[in-house]
Design a protein around this ligand. Structure first.
Ligand SMILES: Cc1cc2nc3c(=O)[nH]c(=O)nc-3n(C[C@H](O)[C@H](O)[C@H](O)COP(=O)(O)OP(=O)(O)OC[C@H]3O[C@@H](n4cnc5c(N)ncnc54)[C@H](O)[C@@H]3O)c2cc1C
Length: 393
């Protein structure tokens, strides 16, 4: 794709790169906040950042002008992900709104929904969370039991969601619920947009081993929302959610891939500065070079998907290949590098915040094989739908 970038796209990359160089949030250095902040302050900083991105004209790049976008293409969206990763800019607080909900609304929303919600996502006025998983329904989402019953022209929702990222900051939730008990479990599921300040919603944070609070349990007790908040037809939620997950698997790794190059270079520099004569530096150089080479191969796959989506093709089950390969590459490569870096790099002294930066990258990579569908599920999709192998037990 790089060879085919138009003059306008090259100028766009240049303009964005310059803007990022001079506009990252205060106290933001090398991809991280320099000082410790609590979850609420971190949320406020990230929200303000996304609003700045919007004001500078870099939000909703490939959405139509009529919905608050810029009418550009997925190529500019691709460049945006890469440049933000390259600059170590914040990923923001609203990836679910930008990458998933926007895609769903463009695909299945009504005119009224698109005109109302998309500009609000672009400006980061609404932060979104995704209420799909439940305690007994993760890989098999068709087992979900959260129910919505129609009463007096409104949905009344009862049930529980879990692992809901960003719910503590969210203004809106894209919720999957059961609206009828059909024989086939995937039928009778609907997708509903729920304002998070609706009475009857309780959020409970789940603290992780590293002390960070990234996701939540969310409880719904007689939560009432208008029927017009349904996305797509009633009972079509399963089909619509399939489109969301394919989008997530095909296009949301760009930022992380570019950002990982940045982290690799930083880990190498930090390790060399700490122990200049270490014999490990040669090992580290080899591991970083190996990882970088593999990253470029994954990028080529990403470019191919972007090209196909722009040509009007469905990426569908092939998106699972990218998700599977990236997750395992990221885990294996962070493990190899962490081992070479050694323990003193993991637990730096207080005055050496930069040195411990690889720890969160390593820890986050552990989750890659779980969220957006586990690796086993990706393998099921690839074997059954692309290789036409028989369905497993
Ligand atoms: C960091 C992170 C963020 C997340 N954010 C969100 C969010 O914002 N919103 C949301 O709704 N969810 C979110 N999730 C939840 C995520 O989607 C689920 O964890 C995931 O779908 C797996 O479901 P589960 O945890 O119930 O595991 P289970 O489905 O119970 O799976 C347990 C194990 O069994 C395996 N398994 C299950 N079925 C099969 C099969 N058919 N064949 C072979 N093996 C199988 C799985 O691969 C896994 O190893 C997040 C998860 C993580 C880790």
């Amino acid at each position: 794709m790089d060879f085919l970038l138009t003059k306008g796209q090259l100028e766009f990359r240049h303009r964005l790169r310059q803007w990022l160089q001079s506009n990252l949030p205060a106290d933001w250095r090398n991809g991280h906040l320099k000082r410790a902040v609590d979850d609420a302050e971190r949320g406020a900083i990230l929200r303000a950042w996304e609003h700045e991105v919007f004001k500078a004209g870099f939000a909703g790049l490939h959405w139509p002008l009529a919905y608050g976008g810029h009418g550009l293409t997925l190529v500019e969206h691709f460049i945006y992900g890469e440049e933000c990763g390259r600059a170590g800019a914040p990923e923001g607080i609203n990836p679910i709104g930008r990458e998933l909900v926007a895609g769903v609304l463009l695909h299945a929303g009504t005119e009224v929904q698109k005109k109302h919600y998309l500009p609000r996502i672009a400006a980061c006025e609404d932060v979104w969370c995704q209420g799909f998983s439940e305690p007994q329904a993760g890989s098999d989402l068709t087992a979900l039991t959260t129910r919505a019953v129609e009463r007096d022209g409104k949905w009344v929702i009862n049930g529980q969601k879990i692992w809901t990222s960003y719910a503590q900051h969210a203004d809106m939730c894209l919720l999957l619920v059961r609206t009828s008990a059909e024989k086939k479990k995937s039928q009778g599921i609907s997708m509903i947009m729920v304002p998070m300040n609706t009475p009857g919603i309780t959020r409970r944070g789940i603290q992780q081993l590293d002390g960070v609070w990234d996701f939540n349990e969310v409880f719904f007790d007689d939560v009432t929302v208008p029927i017009e908040n349904t996305v797509g037809a009633v009972g079509e939620g399963w089909r619509v959610s399939g489109a969301v997950l394919a989008i997530e698997r095909a296009t949301t790794r760009l930022y992380r891939q570019a950002r990982y190059v940045h982290e690799l270079q930083h880990a190498y520099r930090a390790a060399c500065a700490r122990r200049p004569s270490s014999e490990n530096s040669d090992l580290l150089k080899q591991a970083v070079t190996q990882a970088y080479s593999q990253l470029l191969v994954l990028r080529a796959l990403n470019v191919r998907f972007v090209g196909r989506i722009m040509a009007g093709e469905q990426v569908g089950p092939e998106a699972s290949i990218l998700k599977l390969c990236w997750s395992h590459f990221h885990q294996e490569s962070t493990s190899a590098i962490a081992e070479i870096l050694g323990e003193d790099h993991w637990f730096p002294k207080d005055d050496d915040l930069d040195c411990g930066r690889f720890l969160p990258v390593y820890l986050h990579s552990r989750a890659e094989t779980i969220f957006a569908g586990t690796s086993e599920i990706q393998k099921d999709i690839i074997s059954e739908r692309l290789l036409e192998m028989p369905r497993g037990r």
